[in-house]
Design a protein around this ligand. Structure first.
Ligand code: FAD
Ligand code: SF4
Ligand code: SF4
Length: 1005
């Protein structure tokens, strides 16, 4: 149904008038909803985010009247293109996310379609129940999306797919009929409930039964007899003796009806699990063994191949776990889980597994994991399988189109072997992983779908592979659904007669063709490049970047790393993405930003999109926490992209007064510090606070950081500065030499020499120097007491060094580069001498490690990056090396509660902070999982962001700090975190160096 612009405007106007929910029709929003996790991109007509089921129904009614197709949407993580269409998108994920009722006795739950699986399971845990279908996307997959995709998980061997676990669906048909789709008895419609059913529903039941009666023989012949068959409609589930109509909706991919409510069957959480990690020297050996292992009755048998093991070893957050569970260099491992309420029985089966592996010729090849935390860590790596694969940089990417074919276990080894040879024939390869237990292995050949030739290869591989699957009587669509990529092949796989039956189902439910057209039936060609994300005319607009993006093949290449897998939509784990957690908006999500940038950089949003107001709004709530840098599985680094964006935006639109005031703080701080009492008046006089809000946009409700009357200064007068800055340093000298601490580079020693110790450069940032100088003094004292020679790198004359963080936050990359150059020159002799560079403020010190190489590419910045450490990292590494032996007074019975700054988390330094605090005997150190505190540099001080900043803080950090028992030592190394905690939780957190200082002073050290 092609619509002209007037018709679309009319549709938008009606929606705005007639529904309460959000109506998004601007180009950026449509762009953000034009992709799922597949290779496709189709721009929708507009988006509705309904606030209630009535709202959704009203929007669907309007669409029907305006003859506009409708596309329901959850997390948008589908891999086959079922969640893209030229339609009105109804996004259920923001408001339709209630758990309506839980029947603990009957083990049932009724939920709205937008509930995310992990959230549901968290809610059910209190009743020791869970919903057992566990796709890897559990952190963001919605129950509506899972139902419509007939999703499956690692434990489908035991629990089955969605179709086996959905009991009923309260659905809205295209004609506006709402009906409960559930069990229909054999004697229908003469049963007692028949009268309560709308006639339209009863008619559907009759038609479906008639269809089944007619096609039973063909269904028996053509439907694969494997558990993992999710292709087509589930007409095999229809039974005249009684059947569940909800099963027809399961797997319907939004093409038959809109789900208002879903009833799920729940399971008790198994009390005990064990994991046997079976190592195989050959891939074929693992495949051949799977059947024998499955005979032992495991709850899961999951494959991880060598490529994936190696890729995960390259990812810092996985390395330690991989090293713990992988012995040597296996070609493949099978993660075999036994679960149940009887621990001895699970252990007995684990022993049987060990024996079986011995019998199969693999003695000693099982690593036994009985510790739940260890098991969880191993499963997490398996769950990240696809994402680990997608971390591949460059245009060649593992492409999803035959990644979940399923065959019988007896065919598994041959099937994988032959498919590998098909890949080789086409000059590519694939990485294998996932559900060995049910013969459904994920594999994605690496292809560059930007190129016509590679697209043809894709088609050829698909045709050959599906023909082979048919030969094995397997299923071509075993998990992720049909969408655009597989629906076309139903004819070849099921035969024409079954496909006509599928069309009959579609027409019976949705005669007008309202819901999600072109999926499951009447689909376009899977290799129609006009539907691709990278269409034939896809190109990058020329752009002079301020940062170095060569690692990604350019700025656009970095944005293209987002494959829409939606990990950034997770609401409860780790840091990413605080702005989305607080708003629930696709716009304020890492993915939404990456997609906006990709579309802008390829000219799809118009020539000036990169510097537009829409783009500014898209980036405005990114608080540069770097959560995505660490947690986005494909390495989308939005904090860095924001710097690049701001650079271009500022060049076009200039700098606002507030941004100037914050950015240039390091430059004027030395002068402002002289009039600290005057500067601090703003915090004491409400009218000044009001003026600062009115004219500068700094929230009057916030206290600004307090200027110290005695900022941090070094004890000894500086020597003469070097007449010239040093060039790139020579290769690193050996560590441990003392002496290159003054002279060239204009540096000076503090004069507080410890017991003949090593030199350490203490880099004191602007914030600690001028606002909390006691932290710097404490660091100096601790290091000196520990016997180090504390060196200040600051120039002898002029203002202290600065990392340039505030400039970067404003997009002033040239100014930041100037600061970085100064820093690099001043530190060069120390770096050359192998002196550790130690800093206190995570966002400042880690700028040296993260942004310096991007603003000043070259060996010098790389070496400096490698040499720079946070205080706690330094203490921890020195302790490990036996050099940090300072004694601390015991703090028996006391607890330190540590909030890790987001950048500490991004660089994995929280453990070091814990270790440093644990040097204090008897001190119990606790950390907790939470996203950002919400302050995020200057963000929380900005009037328009004050409320949101608090909202983000309330997601974890603030309640945790508030609830800490009196007497708990609250530790937070970030300046802004400490301010947020003081402001909004009314508690005083301190940099950990202060706690160490107190404890070492108490012992008289
Ligand atoms: C990295 C990665 C790993 C994955 N791992 C797995 C896995 O292990 N197992 C697995 O099965 N899948 C997996 N998937 C696929 C996908 O995550 C799942 O299918 C998931 O259940 C989709 O949920 P969603 O909320 O994102 O749905 P969406 O993609 O938003 O929607 C899916 C379908 O549901 C329809 N829909 C959504 N809401 C409604 C509604 N209210 N009424 C009617 N129709 C609706 C949509 O129209 C669409 O056709 C994976 C995907 C990725 C990217
Ligand atoms: S930004 Fe990263 S985590 Fe989010 S969808 Fe894109 S690839 Fe996934
Ligand atoms: S830097 Fe933080 S706020 Fe910005 S996109 Fe990444 S996770 Fe979200």
């Amino acid at each position: 149904m092609p619509l002209d612009n007037r018709a679309v405007s009319h549709l938008e106007a009606r929606l705005r008038r007639e529904i309460r929910g959000e109506v998004l029709f601007d180009a950026f929003s449509r762009g953000r909803y034009s992709t799922d996790a597949s290779i496709y991109q189709i721009e929708p007509l507009g988006v509705v985010v309904p606030k209630s089921r009535e709202d959704a129904a009203a929007a669907i009614a309007i669409a029907r009247e305006e003859e506009v197709p409708v596309l329901p949407r959850g997390g948008g993580t589908s891999q086959c293109g079922q969640t893209v269409a030229r339609a009105l998108v109804i996004d259920c994920s923001k408001y339709l996310d209630r758990v309506i009722a839980v029947d603990v006795e009957g083990r049932r739950a009724r939920v709205e379609p937008g509930v995310v699986l992990d959230r549901l399971n968290r809610r059910l845990r209190q009743d020791r129940l869970f919903f057992p279908v566990d796709p890897s996307t559990a952190s963001r997959a919605t129950i509506g999306g899972m139902t419509a995709n007939n999703s499956c998980g690692s434990r489908s061997l035991r629990y089955g797919n969605m179709v086996h676990n959905v009991r009923g669906v309260d659905a809205l048909l295209a004609d506006g009929t709402a009906a409960w789709f559930g069990e229909v008895p054999g004697n229908f419609p003469a049963d007692s409930n028949g009268g309560a059913m709308p006639e339209r529903y009863r008619e559907l039941v009759r038609r479906m039964r008639a269809l089944h009666r007619r096609e039973a023989g063909e269904i028996e012949r053509r439907f694969p007899k494997v558990l993992r068959r999710v292709g087509g409609y589930n007409i095999d589930s229809i039974d005249e003796g009684g059947h569940n109509m909800a099963r027809l909706l399961v797997g319907s991919e939004g093409t038959l009806a809109f789900f208002n409510e879903i009833e799920l069957e729940l399971q008790p959480i198994p009390a005990h699990r064990v994991l046997g990690i079976c190592h195989f020297p050959t891939f074929y050996g693992a495949m051949a063994a799977t059947r024998r292992i499955v005979d032992l009755g495991p709850s899961a048998v999951e494959l991880v191949d060598r490529t994936m093991i190696e890729l995960s070893r390259d990812i810092p957050m996985f390395r330690a776990v991989v090293d713990r569970f992988v012995q040597g260099e296996p070609a493949a491992i099978l993660l075999t889980e036994f679960a149940g309420d009887d621990p001895p029985e699970n252990l007995r089966r684990l022993r049987a597994l060990v024996e079986l592996m011995g019998d199969l010729g693999f003695p000693g090849a099982v690593v036994e994991a009985t510790d739940p935390a260890f098991q969880q860590a191993v499963w997490e790596i398996r769950a990240q399988g696809l994402n680990i694969m997608m971390s591949m940089k460059g245009d060649g990417k593992p492409v999803s189109f035959l990644e979940d074919c399923a065959v019988r276990l007896e065919d598994l080894a041959d099937y994988t072997d032959r498919l590998t040879r098909i890949f080789e024939k086409h000059g590519t390869y694939g990485t294998w992983y996932a559900h060995a237990s049910v013969g459904c292995l994920h594999v994605r050949p690496v292809l560059n779908v930007k190129q016509e030739l590679e697209v043809r290869k894709m088609r050829a591989i698909a045709e050959e592979a599906f023909a082979m699957v048919r030969e094995y009587q397997g299923s071509h669509s075993g998990e992720h659904g049909d969408g655009l990529v597989r629906s076309e092949f139903h004819e070849a796989m099921f035969g024409g007669r079954i496909v006509r039956a599928f069309e009959e189902v579609k027409d019976a439910f949705d005669p007008q063709g309202l819901f999600n057209p072109g999926k499951i039936v009447r689909a376009p060609k899977m290799d129609d490049r006009s539907l691709f994300r990278f269409k034939p005319d896809y190109r990058h607009l020329p752009i002079d970047t301020a940062l170095d993006w060569s690692e990604w093949g350019g700025f656009a290449g970095a944005a293209e790393m987002c494959n829409n897998n939606g990990a950034c939509r997770a609401r409860d784990a780790a840091v990413m993405c605080p702005s989305f957690r607080a708003t629930g908006d696709e716009q304020h999500l890492t993915r939404g930003r990456a997609n906006s940038l990709r579309l802008a950089l390829s000219g799809q949003l118009g020539p000036e999109a990169l510097v537009s107001e829409d783009m500014r709004e898209t980036m405005a709530l990114c608080i540069s926490c770097k959560g995505c840098k660490r947690e986005c599985p494909t390495g989308v680094d939005m904090a860095r992209m924001k710097i690049e964006f701001l650079h271009h935006y500022r060049e076009r639109h200039g700098l606002a007064a507030r941004d100037r005031l914050i950015a240039y703080l390091p430059r004027y701080a030395p002068y402002a510090a002289h009039i600290a009492p005057v500067m601090n008046l703003r915090n004491r006089m409400p009218f000044l606070a009001n003026l600062s809000e009115r004219f500068l946009g700094l929230s009057a409700g916030r206290k600004l950081p307090q200027w110290a009357t005695h900022p941090y200064r070094n004890a000894t007068p500086p020597p003469q500065p070097s007449p010239r800055p040093l060039p790139n340093p020579p290769p690193l000298a050996g560590e441990g030499r003392v002496g290159a601490t003054s002279g060239e580079g204009g540096t000076r020693a503090s004069g507080r020499v410890g017991a003949g110790g090593r030199a350490v450069v203490l880099l004191v940032d602007t914030f600690n120097r001028y606002f909390e100088p006691e932290n710097a003094r404490a660091a100096e004292r601790v290091l000196t007491r520990a016997g180090y020679h504390v060196v200040s790198p600051d120039p002898a004359r002029g203002r202290p060094l600065c990392c340039g963080r505030t400039f970067l936050a404003a997009g002033l990359v040239d100014e930041a580069r100037r600061e970085a150059r100064r820093m690099l020159d001043a530190l060069a002799p120390h770096v050359a001498a192998g002196t550790p560079i130690v800093g206190l403020e995570p966002s400042c010190l880690l700028t040296l490690r993260d942004e310096f190489p991007a603003i000043m590419p070259g060996a010098a910045s790389k070496v400096l990056a490698g040499r720079s450490q946070l205080f706690e990292e330094f203490v921890d590494s020195e302790r490990s090396a036996g050099r940090f032996t300072l004694a601390f007074a015991p703090m028996e019975g006391r607890t330190a509660l540590l909030h890790g700054h987001c950048h500490q988390k991004a660089f994995d330094t929280v453990d070091a902070a814990v270790s440093a605090l644990q040097l204090i005997p008897g001190l119990n150190v606790e950390t907790f999982d939470a996203t950002c505190c919400g302050m995020a540099g200057a963000f929380g001080y900005e009037a328009e962001h004050h409320a949101l900043s608090l909202k983000i803080g309330e997601l974890g950090v603030l309640p945790k700090m508030r609830a800490a028992a009196p007497g708990t030592l609250l530790a937070a190394n970030g300046t802004s975190c400490r301010h947020q905690i003081a402001d909004a939780a009314g508690r005083q957190a301190r940099h950990l160096v202060r706690i160490l200082d107190d404890a070492s002073a108490a012992i008289g050290g």
